[in-house]
Design a protein around this ligand. Structure first.
Ligand SMILES: [Zn+2]
Length: 217
């Protein structure tokens, strides 16, 4: 049983053996504090039991899993699964244009994790990591935020400043087409009103270099 308790009136710490709280003068009801302390203990015990059961259950499952994972059958299956997964992934990655350096980098990162000893994948990963860091130094990171239509926010802001009637903007779409020394390239189409108030289709290429947008076509 704790000797110090919180006064139930003023919440200051008091001795359970005192007759009155020295701060507010409330008489110290020893039975009340003993009962409160037991309530707290019961909750702690209940948590302990639940945690203990959970812990032992998890341990048992872990032990079973470890046993299964150590069997030669499991190891062979796992190896074959990784080989198959790698082959499928590699076929996909080979189809990605080299200019999509982030996709390539992430792909070879996955492949390297699946095949830590494969030099070809390691070298490709290194190559794309270098490309990414060189590009980011030269033209900045690609746009991180897109609006609901998948348009980089930088381009949406550009339209807002440059279109004759930005409120008429509709059907806007942009696709990332890689990079050049001008920046990250985006091909965009949209519909907006021109200076005569007629709804026309726009189709332009934009470059984003260090967050600055320029129209290249
Ligand atoms: Zn008090």
């Amino acid at each position: 049983m704790k000797k110090l308790v919180k006064c139930r009136v003023c919440k200051k710490k008091i001795s359970i053996n005192a007759d009155n709280c020295p701060s507010c003068g409330e008489p110290v009801d020893k039975e009340y504090y003993v009962a409160e302390s037991k309530k707290g203990n019961n909750i702690i015990v209940a948590f302990g039991v639940i945690f203990g059961l959970y812990y032992f259950a998890t341990m048992a499952i872990d032990r079973e899993n470890r046993k299964i994972k150590n069997t030669p059958e499991y190891k062979l299956e796992e190896k074959n699964r990784k080989i198959k997964e790698s082959e499928e992934l590699y076929l996909k990655i080979k189809k990605i244009p080299a200019s999509y350096i982030y996709l390539n980098m992430n792909g070879y990162n996955k492949l390297t994790k699946l095949n830590p000893e494969n030099n070809v994948f390691q070298n490709k990963l290194k190559e794309y990591r270098n490309k990414v860091s060189n590009m980011e130094m030269e033209i900045g990171a690609p746009s991180k935020m897109v609006n609901m239509d998948g348009v980089p926010v930088e381009i949406a802001i550009y339209w807002n400043h440059h279109l004759k009637d930005p409120s008429s903007l509709d059907d806007e779409k942009c696709s990332n087409v890689g990079y050049s020394s001008k920046g990250w390239m985006y091909e965009c189409t949209y519909r907006a009103k021109n200076s005569f108030g007629a709804l026309v289709l726009g189709s332009n290429t934009y470059a984003i270099k260090k967050d600055v947008v320029t129209r290249t076509r």
